[in-house]
Design a protein around this ligand. Structure first.
Ligand code: SF4
Length: 442
């Protein structure tokens, strides 16, 4: 008998990618075969994004594309845009099922129900009332070296530019036992590195009694046998408590890398963004971290051209960023998101000014990345090669990340992919540094 087929398309962030993988597991267990999104499938699942207005538009385009590919197929739409605007999606002729950012475990049941009743299903519920973490696991990833593990959902911050709390709801942490169990499964499946992910990852535990992020990190370190590296995808400066610093300091599994979103380096802009720290507080946290973990790599996100950001505020922020010496910046031009307070602020910044500012910060980021990598020339770092360098096929060069998040390319072979290798850094680069293979550890 021919197996039913399903095709996926994911828009947006890493959490969405993770969840698509988890939804695929449900289909796999129900006997489905996965096919390419461009092919004819019996079911199309579109996992949407709403972080910017363009996210909505792209999501609608992809939904229409799936309907055109096979008008007979069941079209199921899920994710953040589905959560915030189910009506807009149900109005697209050909959409059969809409599920938001919770209740995805029932996806297969909805498909069965639709096949029987032929009535469109809107399964989106009020996400602000969701209290429980949605348990959806991913036992394997296409990337053989790093496994993501989602530990929390939602966010209570309501920054003025961000729609995410409306799409994801309030903070819900995954139960510690469940995180540990899943971490052990991933290690048993061969992964050496686990990246803890979520919508507001560093907020883990804020909704739990007598348990917090530092305790989870310590438990992962002590209780998961065979785990080599633990990385946190993102943590706010205000969440880097002394207890977290203590675990980072004593654990040899915690990567020497933290992603701490700054968003703006000027206090007036931070306040209008409704971020929960001042530049002074941010700096204090960084200094404490650097004392506890010398050579720690700190990466960050910056939004430029937030409403009201004058040249002087931008320059002020530029100097602050330079002073902190991040190892990489992710720079985004501010983009108006309908439904957020910042979209209604009247002093919006012209696009060309945003572009110039993005450009300046990308240059600064390249310089800081090279300076950071330069410190390690001659040193031996542990790198897990991920894949052959694409723009130099046949060169025998493989690239992967060191624990302190330097991307290193070095001569290796396919059999070393996913193994921890000792690599001596030879030539620093802003994007990729070059190294020589010393030996494989495991
Ligand atoms: S911390 Fe702010 S930017 Fe991040 S998800 Fe929460 S509201 Fe959005």
């Amino acid at each position: 008998m021919k197996m039913p087929t399903v095709a996926f398309h994911t828009l947006g962030c890493k959490v969405n990618q993770y969840e698509t993988e988890a939804i695929w597991q449900l289909f796999k267990h129900a006997g489905y075969e996965q096919v390419d999104f461009e092919k004819i499938a019996d079911v199309y699942v579109i996992n949407t994004c709403t972080v910017t207005n363009t996210g909505d538009k792209k999501s609608r385009q992809i939904i229409r594309r799936a309907i055109r590919s096979n008008p007979e197929a069941v079209i199921a739409v899920t994710g953040c845009y589905a959560q915030t605007s189910p009506g807009e999606i149900m109005d697209i002729p050909g959409v059969d099922i809409v599920v938001g950012t919770s209740g995805r475990e029932k996806m297969i049941d909805y498909i069965e129900q639709y096949r029987k009743e032929r009535e469109p299903i809107n399964a989106v519920s009020n996400i602000m009332k969701a209290k429980e973490f949605e348990e959806l696991d991913v036992p394997e990833f296409s990337d053989r070296t790093r496994a993501s593990l989602k530990i929390q959902e939602g966010c209570n911050n309501f920054c003025t530019y961000c729609i995410i709390p409306w799409a994801r709801g309030l903070m819900r942490s995954r139960k510690p036992e469940s995180v540990i169990e899943q971490a052990q499964n991933l290690v048993d499946a061969g992964y050496k590195e686990i990246v803890l992910t979520g919508i507001h990852t560093g907020g883990y535990g804020e909704d739990l009694d007598a348990y917090n992020l530092a305790m989870l990190l310590a438990d992962l370190d002590e209780k998961v046998h065979g785990l080599k590296r633990i990385r946190i995808s993102s943590i706010e400066a205000s969440q880097v408590s002394d207890e977290v610093i203590e675990v980072l300091h004593r654990s040899d599994k915690m990567c020497r890398h933290l992603h701490i979103p700054l968003q703006a380096g000027d206090d007036r802009v931070l306040e209008r963004m409704r971020r929960k720290y001042t530049t002074e507080e941010f700096k204090e946290t960084i200094l404490k971290l650097q004392q506890a973990m010398p050579d720690l790599a700190i990466t960050t996100d910056i939004i430029v051209g937030f409403p009201g950001e004058t040249d002087e505020m931008f320059e002020n922020g530029y100097r602050f960023i330079e002073e902190i010496q991040f190892s990489k910046l992710h720079v985004f031009p501010y983009s108006k998101r309908t439904g957020t307070p910042a979209a209604k602020m009247d002093d919006q910044i012209p696009e060309e000014i945003k572009e110039q500012r993005v450009h300046r910060l990308i240059e600064l980021s390249d310089r800081m990345s090279r300076d950071y990598a330069e410190k390690f020339v001659g040193q031996v770092l542990e790198v897990i090669p991920e894949e052959e360098v694409k723009d130099e096929p046949g060169s025998g060069l493989y690239a992967g990340f060191s624990d302190n998040y330097i991307k290193v390319a070095f001569p290796a072979s396919e059999k070393l992919v996913g193994k921890i290798c000792k690599v001596k850094i030879e030539k620093p680069g802003s994007d990729v540094s070059r190294g020589i293979f010393v030996k494989v550890i495991e």
